[in-house]
Ligand binder design. Sequence first.
Ligand code: SF4
Length: 712
Amino acid sequence: MNVATTCPYCGVGCGLLARIDASGAVQVEGDARHPANHGRLCVKGSALAETVDLRGRLLHPLLRTSGGSLRRTSWNDALDRVAKGFGKVIEQHGPDAVAFYVSGQLLTEDYYVVNKLAKGYIGTANIDTNSRLCMSSAVAGHKRAFGEDIVPGCYDDLELAELIVLVGSNTAWCHPIVYQRIAKAKERSAPPRVVVIDPRHTATCESADLHLPIKPGTDVWLFNGLVAFLFQHGAMDTHFVDTHTQGFEAALAAAQTDAGDPAEVARICGVKLVDLLAFYAWFARCERTVSLFSQGVNQSSSGTDKVNAIINCHLLTGRIGKPGMGPFSLTGQPNAMGGREVGGLANMLAAHMELDNPMHRQIVQSFWQSPCMAERVGLKAVDLFRAIEEGRVKALWIMATNPVVSLPDADQVKRALARCECVVSSDIVTHTDTNAFAHVLLPALGWGEKDGTVTNSARCISRQRAFLPAPGEARADWHIVCEVARRLGFTQGFQFEDVHAVFVEHARLTAFRNHDVQADGLPATRRLLNLQGLAHVDRQAYASLSPVQWPVTSDGEGVARLFADGRFSHVDGRARFVPTPARMPAHAADRHYPLILNTGRVRDQWHSMTRTGKAPRLTGHIAEPFIDMHPHDALRCGVREGELARVQSRWGAMVARVKQSGGVLAGNVFVPIHWSGQFASDARVGSLVNPVVDPISGEPEFKHTPVQVEPF
Ligand code: SF4
């Protein structure tokens, strides 16, 4: 029998049908009824069946012995030790001496329960997620512009658009089904124009009518220039701006100061003036324009401003929330959005409420009946690991992620974990760079074994359903957290019978005191994240839940597009233009480190390869890490195609093979993120990446680290 479930990889969130055939083999195909993919699957999704074996799986709770080896123990013993370790630190040093570092791989229900434990019961907001690394700038940009973290449109807008702008996104490799939808739209008799804005010439450029290979870090100049151009050429929707927005004059002044002259913008961005003007003219002319952006925008020390610079262009033209138009953040992970919805970031509460808003804290505390509410924003990912190294945080629970590979300045993460008194890791595999530092390892259920919901880039909530038995003693993450909560003495609040009970509580919280009215008559907590229509869903309806885009109305219907009525989530209902003065990345190239390192994904791998690394047809695409560089730079550095070279920054070094794909601008190198210290040589590119973050979002600058390359 087919089980309808959702792909565990990227934020496109494709629907799948999975089954076990007569021979016992797993079969996976695309779900034609799912609105994200209509039956399509990319190569990673279609190879899922090859990745579900138990090689390398963590099947039993393990403890680190004093000699450093791992020994099996019972669940009772492991859970007691976690509770004892955390309880002792809380008692001696207070709640902010413990922390949780979680993941966009968790299901929404797992995320909800661990947030509730940290923020509502232990009383610390020291819970952050690896989603901080990929889309927290989009979150911050959405909140500044719209008053809430919202992607206004839906994937169907791709087929309705006249112009599709892809910014900082190798969509063809990183969000392949979105790319396939765009490529299909290009086959129409009146195809959309596609503009790719990316320093690299990637596979995505194959569908582009125009590629703008901007210098890394110059996006804000480009979009400020567009704001100035649109205003000057009469493309502004004056009625929309006057009626539904605030702050236009200040944003326009900032844009004109930085980027009033297109020739100067072209010079700063390093693109041809004729190409820049073509893009500006197309944007001015095409009413139905979708601007998709991804990590090339977000992973920057000015990532939030880059996001707002893009959104400003859509506000100025009133192109938002209507068919075929709007800014569109492509999330990296399968449930980065769901984690945001239940407060998975250190600065947020559940149901899109804010930790630094006393009224929101009061609403959540009253709903949870919680004994000890976090009162201030917690430590964001990079700061969290600094606090651990400095001894301010002494106990850490990591769930479904591998920060020793994925964080910037990754050797600092090693130092931090080596110092930490109590490191707990919930994972599906035993041996990772991070688990080498864990004192307690807890076996979690993986994709195909666990049950719950995820939300994709387009706000679509879909079910992940189990179709495989739980292997060994593995348990659901939400269940493990509840067991520890009870051992910490929280007898109320964690008595969920099953995952359905968790989901219903989450849905009820989204609707709880939403639309409260202040004394001045303005809505104080109006949040569009409202799952009112699912707040009383019964077990059977939850089991058969079809994909639905939130908000979910009281009659259970989803909403494809938001803001078409011109009403935003800010208290006064107006969107905000945000002035975005342009600035260069934090670290420039110099004579010691003359090249700029850019990092990212390759087509057939996912994160640190614990799943995709098992499928031969995926590893066959690109079998080893590489350093992609321009031939002139290779010559200057004395390295040759196919030879090993050493890349070094002020923070660390790694070795990989040189490749000259022809897609990298002179002065830049590209290294993929997937390979870890578990391979023949330590290939963690994270160890090179500078730990500078965006001051608003806390997202690291993964796309711009000065490095040198030399023969190995
Ligand atoms: Fe999975 Fe993303 Fe591929 Fe869809 S596009 S099948 S969600 S990896």
